[in-house]
Write a protein that binds this ligand. Structure first.
Ligand SMILES: Nc1ncnc2c1ncn2[C@@H]1O[C@H](COP(=O)(O)OP(=O)(O)OP(=O)(O)O)[C@@H](O)[C@H]1O
Ligand SMILES: [Mg+2]
Length: 438
């Protein structure tokens, strides 16, 4: 086959086109991602001499990925085209006689196929993190966080509001453009630790089928690095800044408030903020400059309260598989008396006792009785300065306290910071936003 190709090459004049991953200003070249999606969807990838086998998005899914310096053949409108995978660049080889006839429609075809793959959500999602040793680069890993809107316990009305808000955002491209606005939507998730903010971000990304860019502001050295990182994000992504309140409170921060304001406004022209969902998480917004959170900068505020009885029932249903239980009235009464724990704490108690729903619910009751009095003692009150939890000296659910740490390691894609501040509990979407009016 190779010999035949060489003989053929002898009789043809070829032209080459490069599709680099980054353009001159080190921004991502969106065509590169599209070409990559397209090539990896071609059946002929199986015929390449060397391909990598990697795990796909779904469990037990194995996908083929073109290896470095490998060639893949494609056919379009009667012409044969060759793609080479050079590291960071795809090289297209096309016969000169075919070029004029097929190049444009071929590129349009690639766009259309890649868009379709995106739409079908077939694309494997990625989690990007900025790295400490190179302030201006992202590093990516497959994003496989299993959280969905079904697994996050939340007031049902609010959950469906957020879902329809995101759905209408996805359809609102023309609407935003008619208004001369950047097609983006920003969310503030605030509430005590362990109430599901990070899980909710993952659920949003899974729902939208968007990549996640998790910005750690502590690893950024200046405003311009922040800008540069934002410029490198790709459309169809959720850009997340966790614990913004904590960062703003730090006096030693290397990024100015105006740097963050600019970032939040995504002022850097529409090209770098189109089709982005921005999410900021905080424990409390009490001490944050309201200007930073004004409508337009942050479109939707969502409060994540501590667990109430209805959230408890949702957790019991998903963690223990029980919809009703004879101990429920007792639990309800304790909640009515004002006791509460975070969903994370209750979830962990349930996981530790998942073989016996009664024992699990009893351990929640005990924990609520000891810890739920305004979060003054027990699990919560035992935090030390450096955010580590002490071992409990009581016997109550002793096993669970170990599991807390273990599970955090297990579940966390996002950092679990254990600052706890209590706050009140009404979840709300702010009223007037352009999309909601629509
Ligand atoms: N509302 C919830 N519904 C279901 N599970 C929850 C909920 N809240 C927390 N959990 C569980 O608790 C664990 C921690 O939750 P998560 O990291 O999302 O909390 P967080 O609000 O981001 O906390 P932090 O402010 O400390 O970052 C996760 O494993 C998650 O599954
Ligand atoms: Mg979190």
């Amino acid at each position: 086959k190779k010999l035949w190709r060489r003989i053929e090459d002898w009789f043809h004049v070829y032209q080459f086109f490069k599709v680099p991953e980054l353009n001159d200003t080190t921004q991502h070249n969106h065509l590169y991602r599209k070409v990559s999606l397209y090539l990896h969807s071609l059946p002929s990838i199986e015929d390449s001499d060397f391909a990598n086998l990697i795990t796909g998005k779904k469990q037990n899914d194995i996908v083929l990925c073109l290896g470095p310096n490998q060639t893949i053949e494609d056919h379009f409108l009667g012409a044969t085209l060759f793609w080479f995978n050079q590291t960071g660049t795809f090289l297209l080889k096309i016969r000169k006689v075919d070029k004029r006839r097929i190049l444009r429609p071929y590129l349009q075809h690639i766009h259309a196929v890649a868009d379709e793959i995106d739409q079908r959500g077939k694309r494997d999602l990625l989690l990007f993190m900025n790295i400490a040793d190179d302030f201006r680069r992202w590093r990516s890993v497959p994003f496989t966080h299993p959280s969905t809107f079904d697994t996050v316990a939340m007031e049902p009305d609010l959950k469906s509001k957020v879902k329809s808000d995101l759905e209408s955002f996805l359809r609102a491209k023309q609407y935003y453009h008619r208004l001369g606005r950047v097609w983006k939507r920003s969310f503030l998730l605030y509430g005590p630790s362990g109430t599901g903010k990070s899980s909710f971000v993952a659920a949003m990304a899974n729902f939208l089928s968007y990549d996640v860019y998790d910005i750690d502001l502590c690893k950024i050295s200046s405003d311009s690095d922040l800008k540069s990182l934002l410029l490198q994000t790709t459309p169809k992504s959720v850009v997340v800044i966790e614990d913004l309140d904590r960062f703003l409170a730090e006096k030693t921060a290397r990024i100015s408030a105006s740097g963050i304001l600019n970032f939040m406004d995504a002022l850097l022209t529409s090209c770098c903020a189109e089709e982005r969902v921005m999410v900021f998480t905080m424990n409390t917004k009490e001490h944050v400059d309201p200007n930073l959170l004004r409508p337009g900068r942050v479109d939707v505020h969502i409060h994540f309260p501590l667990c109430d009885f209805s959230a408890f029932k949702t957790l019991a249903s998903s963690y223990l598989g029980v919809k009703e239980h004879k101990l429920f009235p007792q639990v309800q009464e304790i909640f009515q008396n004002g006791a509460s724990l975070s969903p994370a704490e209750i979830g962990e108690l349930m996981i530790a006792n998942r073989n016996s729903p009664s024992r699990a619910i009893k351990s929640v009751i005990t924990a609520l009785q000891t810890d739920g009095d305004g979060r003054g003692c027990g699990l919560i009150g035992r935090q030390t300065e450096d955010d580590e939890m002490d071992e409990p000296d009581g016997v109550v659910c002793g096993e669970t306290f170990h599991t807390v740490k273990d599970l955090r390691k297990l579940y966390g894609f996002f950092s679990f910071r254990v600052t706890r501040r209590s706050s009140s509990s009404n979840a709300s979407l702010p009223p007037a936003s352009p999309l909601e009016k629509e």
